[in-house]
Design a protein around this ligand. Structure first.
Ligand code: FER
Length: 256
């Protein structure tokens, strides 16, 4: 996994725009790239965070540069917040409850809002979902609840909590089994999971056993890729590096 070139952190000449969209006392941020985009990525913050965490940083500069240099296709990116507007409890158990019900908010409120604003719809093959830490936990919930909405899942340093808090580590076999059953229950559509973490990440002991259990199940064969960055830790700088490497693979630039 290569490091991000230093110049990618600086502002790009061909930059996208960010628009805040409001609903139910909350805000979702919409990044519109320079150029014609045909897919939509949902990018979810970590525990204690909000919709600004990914977008107030060098992250969008990196995306701008990848697109400007035709290393990836232009994509719309939305950054929502999974907490209720009045929520003050940001503990793991409170965050765990918030992310478990978040796919429903994506389905009923956020995706319709964004698609109405853009004046166009996306189908599941054009939608991807990713998140860091609790946002990764949210990404696994979306896999269980919303395979009809998304085809690409990019959980970053977060495990699946459908068997309880940090259940990917404490109940890896049961978690993998439940994820496989979720595929069958949702009529076995095509999908791709790309899980990434670091060997020194606090979520590594939870995510790694889960992925190893999933790798034993035929349903995930050829549909699951897994990368562990040597010495990678649990912070946004490291997560940007994962996205820098993964986004060009998931959204390949069109050849002309
Ligand atoms: C994990 C998944 C998520 C984990 C921690 C989190 C320690 C997030 C906690 C938080 O944001 O409060 O596997 O392992």
């Amino acid at each position: 996994m290569i490091p991000i070139p230093e110049r990618y952190l600086n502002a790009c000449e061909h930059a996208g725009t960010v628009t805040p969209l409001n609903y139910d006392g909350k805000t979702v941020l919409l990044y519109q790239p320079a150029g014609q985009a045909d897919s939509l990525l949902v990018l979810i913050h970590g525990g204690g965070g909000n919709e600004r965490d990914f977008f107030c940083s060098a992250f969008l500069n990196i995306v701008d540069h990848l697109i400007a240099e035709r290393r990836m296709a232009p994509v719309f990116i939305i950054a929502p917040c999974f907490y209720d507007p009045d929520e003050t409890d940001k503990s793991p158990s409170s965050s765990g409850r918030a992310v478990a019900k978040f796919p429903r908010e994506l389905r009923e409120r956020i995706l319709p809002l964004v698609e109405r604003y853009l004046g166009r719809a996306f189908d599941r093959t054009q939608r991807a979902i990713s998140g860091f830490s609790m946002g990764g936990v949210a990404t696994w919930h979306a896999f269980v609840q919303a395979l009809d909405l998304f085809s690409i899942f990019l959980p970053l340093s977060g495990d699946c909590w459908i068997q309880g808090e940090k259940g990917g580590g404490s109940h890896p076999t049961e978690t993998a089994q439940a994820l496989a059953e979720a595929v069958l229950r949702q009529n076995s559509p095509e999908f791709l999971i790309r899980a990434i973490t670091g060997s020194k990440d606090i979520a590594y002991p939870n995510l790694d056993p889960q992925i190893r259990a999933m790798q034993q199940l035929p349903v995930f064969l050829d549909r699951l890729t897994y990368d562990v960055l040597e010495d990678g830790v649990h912070d946004y700088a490291t997560i940007f590096r994962y996205l820098y490497n993964a986004l060009p693979q998931l959204f390949p630039a069109q050849r002309d």
